[in-house]
Design a protein around this ligand. Structure first.
Ligand code: FEO
Length: 394
């Protein structure tokens, strides 16, 4: 594969992985992913910015050969996670003259995870620069988007910035440049939801930092290159904002139909009050869809049947996931039904405690939903409505 020149001797040398169906063994990939690597040829030195996912190493090395890359001076490691750093040991064998350039935190990770020797790693500080001759790499430490070791590499003369995982998308492509399509927006949002949302405050900070640089292009380490940086920066500004949308997210699992009946009743009543609702079947739904709902939702209503005197394990899983993804939701409640007894909401509430949500009185019914239960659901609707109104969402 011939490397594509992105701008003035900066080349894309990454690879698509169309067959990858799941990332982190957690959330399915709809469009595969790409592992981006960039070759920067200065007048005096050559650098590779980020490398390759280990199973793709041989293909990556073969492509370097086919493009006659016989010498590399620097391997820039923007992040230690192995989908970007995994090929460093093989590269050091191929190019023994090369030095890995990274920050102190990433150095520790690379040493532990890839067993790279100290002598092969040059540590740089925030804002430090490295000359390639007619090009200068400037390193911007960006801890928190999404690992403590993350940094960006800014190529000064060309005004392009490699932002590592930040601003990326699990997306494959023929043309390396983003088409700013709805499909790409969808993938970028899904990626943000799964990977960046827990670090929303840092996302806000670094969205501003990148915006202030006014780069000509953004080169992420997954997904296409943004020739129009505002496309992704505007989306990140929206997703990382403190304010949620006028949306209630309703994940539920219902064994005999009562829980789903309550969810459907709430959905109908809330929509009549002009509140959007996203119903999510925990058993058949895609976790990426749930995560995307969490990006926008102001209220979460979690529905669960009781299993062996506690929440259904799949509801438990969702509460745990919502807790660690740290969405911006402000309000929550629970509905559920039981057969013979138990504590349905205590442990679910504990899972979400870290989100500091206003919790509306939950509703637990035995068996079928009854007349008095509908009245309680109506009260729940009113409270959600008032909450959204108080947040100026209506
Ligand atoms: Fe794409 Fe954090 O690695």
């Amino acid at each position: 594969m011939k490397f594509k020149e992105i701008k003035n001797s900066i080349y894309y040398c990454g690879l698509n992985d169309c067959d990858r169906k799941i990332f982190d063994e957690l959330i399915p990939l709809e469009c595969g992913t790409s592992y981006n690597s960039y070759l920067v040829k200065g007048s005096e030195k050559i650098a590779l910015i980020d490398t390759m996912y280990p199973p793709k190493t041989q293909e990556y090395l073969k492509n370097l050969d086919e493009n006659n890359i016989t010498h590399v001076d620097y391997i820039i490691a923007n992040h230690g996670e192995q989908d970007h750093s995994g090929s460093i040991p093989a590269l050091l064998e191929k190019y023994p003259e090369a030095v890995v350039v990274t920050n102190a935190v990433c150095k520790g990770n690379i040493k532990e995870m890839l067993l790279v020797d100290d002598s092969k790693i040059k540590v740089i500080a925030n804002d430090e620069e490295l000359s390639l001759g007619d090009k200068t790499l400037k390193f911007i430490l960006a801890p928190g988007v999404h690992w403590p070791d993350t940094m960006f590499t800014y190529i000064k003369e060309d005004n392009v910035i490699c932002t590592c995982d930040f601003l990326g998308a699990h997306y494959t492509f023929d043309d390396v440049f983003a088409d700013d399509s709805k499909e790409l927006e969808h993938s970028a949002k899904r990626y943000y939801a799964e990977i960046m949302m827990p670090f929303r405050a840092m996302c806000k900070k670094y969205t501003k930092l990148v915006s202030d640089l006014k780069p000509d292009m953004i080169l992420p380490s997954h997904g296409p290159i943004y020739k129009n940086p505002d496309f992704i920066l505007d989306l990140y500004s929206d997703w990382s904002a403190d304010e949620g949308k006028n949306l209630v997210l309703m994940p539920y699992v219902s064994m005999y139909g009562s829980t789903e009946e309550m969810i459907d009743y709430l959905k109908e009543k809330l929509e009549k009050k002009n509140i959007s609702v996203k119903k999510f079947d925990i058993v058949t739904g895609d976790l990426g869809d749930l995560a995307m709902g969490l990006v926008d939702a102001t209220t979460i209503v979690l529905g669960s049947s009781m299993v062996l005197a506690g929440p259904h394990p799949m509801a438990f899983n969702i509460a745990y996931l919502a807790g660690i993804l740290r969405p911006k939701a402000k309000c929550a409640t629970f509905v559920g039904s039981y057969g013979w007894g138990g504590n349905l909401f205590g442990k679910l509430g504990e899972m979400l405690a870290g989100l500091k949500l206003d919790v509306i009185q939950p509703l637990l019914v035995k068996g079928k939903v009854k007349e008095e239960d509908y009245k309680k659901l109506d009260e729940m609707v009113e409270q959600i409505y008032e909450k959204h109104k108080s947040l100026n969402l209506l």
